[in-house]
Design a protein. Sequence first.
Length: 220
Amino acid sequence: MSEWKFKLAGVLGQGLVGSLFTTTRAKPIDAHNYLRFREKRQPVLFVLWHGQLLPLVHYHQQEKITVLVSEHADGEYITRVLHRYGFDTARGSSTRGGSKGLKGLVRAVREGRDIGITPDGPRGPARVCKPGALVAAQITGVPIIPMAVGSDSAWSFQSWARFSVPKPLTRLRIIYGEPVHVPRDIPEGELEAMAARIGDTLNQLTARAEKLASNPKSEE
């Protein structure tokens, strides 16, 4: 019975998201920060807040990006929607110690695919970057690309992730930050400090994206 629920969730999720985003108007900003690596066929690690996952999944669909998804029950629903949008998934966590999730990300990078992590997932706290994403970058050797989305109108759900769903006809701005390289020999204490800085960057990009989406004239 659960399998049918998961399949239905994937179909309905794709239909609802597809219908919603046909009416939105998105503009990428500073996309060269990751496209220059695509030109060299060098994988990157996208990091984004969990609550911003929906629009970013839609606008990066069919790019064969491998996304880390938790093994919690609700992660299966997310996985089914991601698969229908052309993403691959690695199930597990990004903690040090050879977890299944981390192994899946390493495998994806070796196959030449970009990877993605929501560093405040799977249970929060919201918009706090945990060091696991940096461990993944450290082991795989790929640069981190922070990315954020802002809209001029959205529904916000009262969940730990502050999940945001853009309303129809919404204007969106998707911003890509400068690449961050994580040294392989960085001490654990410095790794946590670096994670905090990336969290600050994601929050700054989010604020900028929301400002530009609400006031397009500020782009001029």
